[in-house]
Design a protein around this ligand. Structure first.
Ligand code: ADP
Length: 231
């Protein structure tokens, strides 16, 4: 069996307070390469806490988290940051694109700290950005500024930016939260396609219809995570 992308072993998080708040009760979770997991729950249930843990933006107060088999619990901050940069592509509700840079530049910038430097590095970054934008269906909009793109196209650029570093995991936080229903559907269809191509996707949403797109769904309620459905 292949190494899970995500493996939680009794991972939990209690904010120290006062008073202390257990935002995530100790839980086990395993996400295999190529899986598509959705995480759902109402506001205040612990979704952001879970996202921060999976995304290596926060450390558990109990348990161990293995990312691609690497035990992240004991890593120094610099190593965690490097691991996050190489292995996790983030997609948020807001697109966070630089307004005065083209779509291709926005995507290429994500490689600045990981790809090789110098003139060869710049050419490689440009080519990889182009390929990532082609992958999300924006091969014809490489030079467009974000202000000239629709909301759905901006989110595609953000997805291309998340993919360009060839991460093990695409971590999406309410990726359709700012989009109308038709545009949201096209972004969800893109995630379906990327999953079909073998990408591991984890999507966090409060919307049960969006959550239903996953191959597996876990629900968080009052900090308790449990699996609710597997296709
Ligand atoms: P969600 O993303 O589902 O809205 P959160 O993970 O943000 O939920 O919050 C889960 C619980 O943890 C809530 O009760 C929230 O008030 C609490 N919480 C979140 N962040 C902190 C913090 N930094 N300190 C203390 N409590 C927090």
């Amino acid at each position: 069996m292949s190494t899970p992308v995500i493996e939680f072993r009794r991972v939990g998080l209690t904010y120290p307070g006062p008073p202390p708040v257990t935002a995530l009760q100790p839980c086990d979770l395993s996400v295999a390469p190529g899986d598509y997991l959705t995480v759902t729950g109402p506001s205040g249930s612990g979704k952001s806490t879970f996202l921060n843990l999976v995304g290596l933006l926060d450390t558990p107060t109990t348990g161990r988290y293995l990312l691609d088999g690497i035990d992240t619990s004991a890593l120094p901050d610099g190593d965690r940051t490097a691991l996050r940069g190489r292995r996790i592509g983030f997609v948020f509700q807001s697109f966070h694109l630089l307004p005065h840079r083209s779509a291709a530049e926005n995507v290429a910038l994500a490689l600045l700290y990981t790809a090789s430097r110098g003139r060869r590095g710049a050419a490689e970054r440009r080519e990889r950005a182009r390929a990532a934008l082609v992958q999300v269906g924006l091969g014809h909009r490489l030079d467009a500024l974000p202000t000239r793109l629709s909301g759905g196209e901006r989110q595609r650029v953000a997805i291309a930016r998340a993919l360009v570093g060839r991460p093990s995991l695409l971590l999406c936080d309410e990726p359709t939260g700012n989009l109308d229903s038709t545009t949201a559907e096209s972004v969800l269809a893109l995630l379906d396609d990327l999953h079909a191509e073998g990408l591991t996707v984890l999507l966090i949403t409060h919307d049960p219809q969006v959550a239903a797109r996953g191959r597996r769904t876990v629900a968080i309620r009052d900090g308790v995570l449990r699996e609710v459905a597997a296709a």
